[in-house]
Design a protein around this ligand. Structure first.
Ligand code: FES
Ligand code: FES
Length: 207
């Protein structure tokens, strides 16, 4: 940073937490994320928008953080690779699939693939081979030869579908349980009212 350069406050929600960075106008978002926010999972390769290593989710869409100024992200919701897993550490379907299918070697490109594929599968949850290749075509990997990455994307789609199905099932079970409780509650209430009426009648008859 040039000494004496004016600083601008940037308010962002990053991985679910409100964060504020004070940055010069020319600060790249990738540098802001890595150096100001300390989230070094976002990698920087080319800094020209070519390799995809710096990809993050910006308001849910994949974006190359090396092509954005940090000030332009004011008010945005950002997810970096650190924010993909659940709070308890459970890997996201895409992370789990990359681990299972060995979709990485040195791992330098991996944060960019994980964020890119996360957004890609939201748009195309069940991609065919060509769609998978299209999805990751803008991300460069020096190590893997891509076969395992392509396999990982297909596997991530499978895991994502299973997770979705389990969530739908759980919601249905929960709704059924709530409905059952309401029915039982109504029956108990009705029985109590009937019994109260009987008692009232018997008292009235006895007086
Ligand atoms: S570092 Fe951003 S695309 Fe390469
Ligand atoms: S795993 Fe090494 S660059 Fe992709």
């Amino acid at each position: 940073m040039t000494s004496g350069e004016a600083l601008h406050e940037v308010h962002m929600t990053v991985n679910g937490a409100a964060m504020i960075a004070r940055v010069p106008a020319r600060r790249l978002l990738s540098d802001c994320i890595r150096h100001d926010l300390g989230l070094t999972g976002t990698h920087v390769g080319c800094e020209h928008g070519v390799c995809g290593a710096c990809t993050i989710l910006l308001d849910g869409a994949a974006a190359r953080s090396c092509l954005l100024l940090a000030v332009s992200a004011d008010g945005a919701e950002i997810t970096t690779v650190e924010g993909l897993a659940a709070r308890d550490g459970t890997l996201s379907p895409v992370q789990q699939a990359f681990a299972e299918c060995h979709g990485l070697q040195c791992g330098f490109c991996t944060p960019g693939f994980l964020t890119t594929v996360t957004a890609g599968l939201q748009a195309t949850p069940d991609p065919d081979d060509e769609q998978v290749r299209d999805m990751v075509g803008g991300n460069l990997c020096r190590c893997t030869g891509y076969q395992n990455i392509v396999a990982a994307v297909h596997r991530a789609a499978e895991i994502g579908a299973a997770v979705h199905e389990a969530a739908v099932h759980e919601a249905a079970v929960h709704e059924a349980a709530e409905h059952g409780a309401a029915v039982i509650g109504a029956a108990v209430h009705g029985a109590a009212e009937t019994r109260a009426a009987e008692i009232a009648r018997s008292r009235a008859g006895g007086s």
